[in-house]
Design a protein. Structure first.
Lengths: 109, 112
């Protein structure tokens, strides 16, 4: 089945810095989502981005489906950006989201 | 518009017991998926329900079972609980099986 790999596993930033999180997937995908998991465990939808580029405030994402990767950009990071970021892609049947292991982001003031 | 809700928020059981977790899907969504997230890991797919039928299943034993009701809410049942079943259980709903999924706040299950 599809494999999803995220890098880096951990990222430590000072407030105001920019960062790029990467997600590689092993097969072509019809759906790719980025999530932020808050300290209470809730997965917050950031982007639904099978291909192309989207922006939402300080966050943007780009998926290059032909090269099997997606990038999440965080600009001018804030302490509230801290948490775990997951990317997930649908399996071949289109039923299950396959998650990467996540990137843990820590932003200090 | 009400988002995905789950109950209970926390649950403590002992090994061998049975548990039922509940999920209400977002308005207009007919598909519910369940995931298990162990500490420090990404969520793992358990199964998906679409219009009251199981529509896909991950690598979980038969003691994990589910239901979807006519209003598209769903239950996850786990029999013969084991210590390794301790995890955060997440429910997600979507407008259709191949669409964007939206997650509830989760139920944290502890098995002693």
């Amino acid at each position: 089945g599809i494999q999803v790999e995220q890098s880096p596993p951990d990222l430590i930033l000072q407030e105001g810095a920019n960062s790029t999180l990467r997600c590689n997937f092993s097969d072509s995908v019809n759906n790719l989502q980025w999530f932020h998991q808050n300290p209470w465990g809730q997965l917050i939808n950031l982007f639904y981005i099978p291909s192309g580029t989207k922006q939402n405030g300080r966050l943007s994402a780009t998926t290059v489906a032909t090269e099997r990767y997606s990038l999440l950009y965080i600009s001018s990071s804030q302490t509230t950006d801290s948490g775990v970021y997951f990317c997930a892609a649908y399996n071949q049947a289109g039923t299950a989201l396959i998650f990467g292991k996540g990137t843990t982001l820590s932003v200090s003031s | 518009e009400t988002g995905v809700t789950q109950s209970p928020t926390h649950l403590i059981k002992t090994r061998g017991q049975q548990v039922t977790l509940r999920c209400s899907s977002q308005s207009g969504h007919n598909t519910v998926s369940w995931y298990q997230q162990a500490l420090g890991q990404g969520p793992q797919f358990i199964f998906q329900y679409y219009r009251e039928e199981e529509n896909g299943r991950g690598n979980f034993p038969p003691r994990f079972s589910g239901l979807q009701f006519p209003n598209y809410s769903s239950e996850l049942n786990v029999n013969a609980l084991e210590l390794d079943d301790s995890a955060l259980y997440l429910c997600a709903s979507s407008p259709s099986p191949h669409n964007e999924q939206f997650f509830g706040p989760g139920t944290r299950l502890t098995v002693l």
